[in-house]
Design a protein around this ligand. Sequence first.
Ligand code: AMP
Ligand code: MG
Length: 423
Amino acid sequence: MAQLTDDCFAFDGPLMPIEVMEQLIRDRIFPVAAVEAVALAACRGRTIAKDVIAAVDLPHFDNSAVDGYAVRHADLDPSGDTVLKIGGRLMAGEVPIHSLGEREAIRIFTGARMPEGADTVFMQEDAREEGGTVVLPAGLKRGANCRLHGEDVEAGSTAIPAGRVLNAQNIALAAALGLTQLDVRRRIRVSIFSTGNEIAEPGSNLEGVQVFDANRTLLRHMLEQSGCEVSDLGILRDDPSLLKAALAEAAGTSDVVLTSGGVSTGDADYVRNAVESIGSLDFWRIAIKPGRPVAMGVIPHQNGNRAAFVGLPGNPVAVFVTFIRVVKPLLARLAGATPLAPQPLWVASTFDYKKKSGRREYVRVALRQRADGGFEAMKHPQDGAGVITSLTETDGLVELPEEITHVAVGDRVKFFSYAALTA
Ligand code: AMP
Ligand code: MG
């Protein structure tokens, strides 16, 4: 159960630099999710709860990396061809019956256990069989084409560290170590709803003053991509008692209650009053653009749960960016995950851009490869925070650091793909 303290989101300063926010999340938020054993087939996207220690060496025994001939290196003539008698044949899965005799080679196949005494394997392409012998050229290093036990993972070492979010590769490693299930954190439970009298359910008849709800769909999919369990609570009117009841109920079953809309200055009071009347609320004015103030709160429930509340801005692009920059790190912390930071691609700017210092800005860009092989970023022509096609017609975000006030055409800038940012 979520057990956040009332003041875990308290922040007094005017603008919150993004590093300060990240530090605050590390310092004040703790993993809430209990541990459960889950079969490998269902582990993708889950977070490893404690280090996975290898119980066996990987590989488990010395074996051949190629199809060829296993030999004792000391038998080889360093200056010319060596002719060795073929003393046997070993397929993968066969137990070597005898150790390598003197001046003997064993015909061996990939994955077969190295016979006692052999330390080197010639690839079959490099060898020539003649009668019952094999002719081997000079120059092969001792140990060549031989996989030693433990060279991949040593028994007793950490194969998968706690906090790793499991992908296919990690899960395959667990299988290679003989495991059938892993101890992972339970999924973080997030309830989402949209707020605003103008927000209409897609599929409904739209009145002239309404907009279809895009944020709930955006949030559901980003949350699921982040490994969360989502409860969709629909659209809430800007009605204090309705908001209060819905928030209070959601806090009983959620780790995080996530809303969009209704926290900008004009209508902040609905959501603000509702959360403040049943819990505590702080506004984070994070130094990013796009991204208006984010409302951060704690809502206790009589069942003992203390859920986090996050109120995102209403504009879909601001929702997208604040989700990536604020909600994802919070979710990761609650889940006990230490996800690897996405790696930027340095690209050339094709646009001229002025910005305020002290604020990290995200520019929606399409990527294009130039004739010289390098990549360049083209800014979307519309940069309004409500323009959803600026997210669908682009490939990712260029991140402009706080200290910069101007980007000129040709400047090197950091690009992050949407795939990397939403993984
Ligand atoms: P607000 O933060 O409530 O002032 O909303 C800012 C802008 O975002 C307004 O134009 C809203 O109509 C719009 N908006 C709010 N919620 C949603 C939503 N769920 N889907 C699409 N647009 C929204
Ligand atoms: Mg509103």
